[in-house]
Design a protein around this ligand. Structure first.
Ligand SMILES: [Zn+2]
Length: 57
């Protein structure tokens, strides 16, 4: 079973687009943009961040 592991793709908490990790472990949108865009295509003030953050304890 793979439960308990990070899914490869999550959803951005800001813009709800798919986000994944780059080679350095930084979250990036599936279209390879770090910065969120709003519905009109303008740059938002937020960067890719998964919807739910779980820390290993
Ligand atoms: Zn986003």
């Amino acid at each position: 079973m793979t439960t308990g592991c990070w899914p490869r793709v999550s959803r951005c908490r800001w813009c709800a687009r798919p986000v994944l990790r780059d080679n350095e472990g930084t979250w990036i949108h599936a279209d390879l943009a770090y910065v969120c865009r709003d519905s009109s295509g303008g740059l938002a003030a937020t960067t890719a961040e998964p919807e739910q953050v779980r820390r290993a304890s």
